[in-house]
Write a protein that binds this ligand. Structure first.
Ligand SMILES: *Cc1c(COP(=O)(O)O)cnc(C)c1O
Length: 386
């Protein structure tokens, strides 16, 4: 840890040419579940893969370095990483979560609350007054997703970290939508970062995984301890694949966000589109904060199509390059209808409050050619008579 190389170099070079037995340039995968002791009462660096494993450790160290943390735990999914961080709470302690958070996150928080493992309160974190009101309840943890899913609301991490710390609360940032290539919350004051590595970090839609990264060493040790107790850790093969994905994280995101920016502009100027939600657009409510705290505006955006659900259904059916699917962050472009897909868990009132409407569509922009993607959208608009 404490790597001083540039993040691009850390991403591209981790594990390269570090193997001594044969001089392998690409790091091998250590699938072994167990490791020989050096002698009686003398375990080696690794003894059992639930506790630690060389492939998983390599990924964990890379993520801790990229995020600027003191340690990381690699888990079997993003939600397992969140649950691991939530295990720091006692049953009477409160989490303040965003009212428009990832629906799986809301489901986990609600389920934990239902079992009296914690208490949760949802609040619009872009509304200062609402945050101040919620703070009076004395939360032990504040969970932030920025930009949020699917409406790309931006929360000022530095500001909310200061408020959290004044009240003795820990700040957790779900950095899945940007990855450390574009945002490093621990350097802005957060105590924990969580990831669904399933998304941009792996980037190829072929691994399910997660990670929890802690800023200070005590928190990192506590997470590692609990991960060993409960066994929520990720598999070595998945760690190997995710590291492979991370080597191209920076150029992937650079290209994907450039194309996303072009698509956002195209959509903004299209008469069939009522609104575009992309922090790179100067009229986006969070544009200035995003420009300050992010290194780029990312490859995710959403937009409101005129004509509601039926228009959305026909639009999606006419697309050829954008695949209708949940998830995001892969090399392929995806489109999702949050109301009936990713966010269908939320009740009608919550959906309305967070702005998830019938005509809202979310795009995860991939590595295809920009003109081909815009052309695909043009054809789909034409199918609706535009
Ligand atoms: C996908 C996602 C998760 C959950 O991750 P899994 O790997 O599916 O468990 C959490 N937060 C955000 C923002 C996500 O997009």
């Amino acid at each position: 840890m404490g790597d001083t190389k540039a993040p691009e170099t850390i991403a591209a070079s981790t594990g390269i040419a570090g193997e001594n037995a044969f001089g392998a340039v690409a790091p091998p995968i250590y699938l072994s579940s167990t490791f020989a002791f050096e002698g009686f009462g003398r375990p080696g660096k690794f003894d059992y893969s639930r506790t630690d494993n060389p492939s998983r450790a390599m990924l964990a160290n890379t993520l801790a370095n990229l995020e600027g943390g003191s340690g990381a735990v690699v888990t079997a999914s993003g939600l397992a990483a969140l649950d691991l961080v939530l295990s720091r709470l006692d049953s009477d302690q409160l989490v303040l979560a965003p009212h428009d958070c990832y629906a799986g996150t809301a489901r986990l928080l609600d389920a934990r609350q239902g079992r009296d493992d914690l208490a949760v309160d949802y609040v619009d974190q872009t509304d200062d007054k609402a945050v101040q009101r919620a703070l009076r309840e004395g939360p032990a943890m504040i969970l932030v997703e920025t930009p949020s899913n699917p409406l790309m609301r931006v929360v000022d991490i530095e500001k909310i970290a200061e408020i959290a710390h004044e009240r003795g609360a820990k700040l957790v940032v779900d950095n899945t939508f940007l990855s450390p290539a574009l945002q490093r919350p621990l350097l802005l004051g957060a105590d924990f970062v969580i990831h669904s590595t399933t998304k941009f970090l792996n980037g190829h839609s072929d691994v399910l995984g997660g990670a929890a990264i802690a800023k200070n060493a005590d928190d990192a040790a506590a997470l590692a301890h609990w991960a060993n107790v409960t066994g929520v850790v990720g598999a070595p093969f998945d760690a190997y694949m995710t590291l492979r994905g991370i080597r191209t994280l920076f150029p992937r995101l650079e290209r994907q966000q450039r194309t996303a920016g072009a698509i956002a502009l195209f959509l903004q100027n299209h008469p069939a589109v009522a609104r575009v939600y992309y922090p790179g657009l100067p009229d986006h409510a969070g544009h200035e904060i995003a420009a300050r705290q992010q290194r780029g505006f990312g490859a995710m955006l959403s937009f409101e199509l005129q004509g509601g659900r039926e228009a959305a259904r026909r639009f999606v059916a006419a697309l050829k390059l954008f695949t209708l699917a949940e998830s995001l962050g892969g090399i392929e472009s995806l489109i999702a209808h949050p109301k009936t897909m990713t966010h269908s868990y939320l009740d009608a009132q919550t959906m309305e409050a967070s702005g998830i409407s019938d005509g809202l569509l979310r795009l995860s922009v991939g590595l295809e050619n920009e003109n081909d993607l815009v052309g695909d959208l043009i054809k789909a608009f034409a199918a609706l008579g535009w």
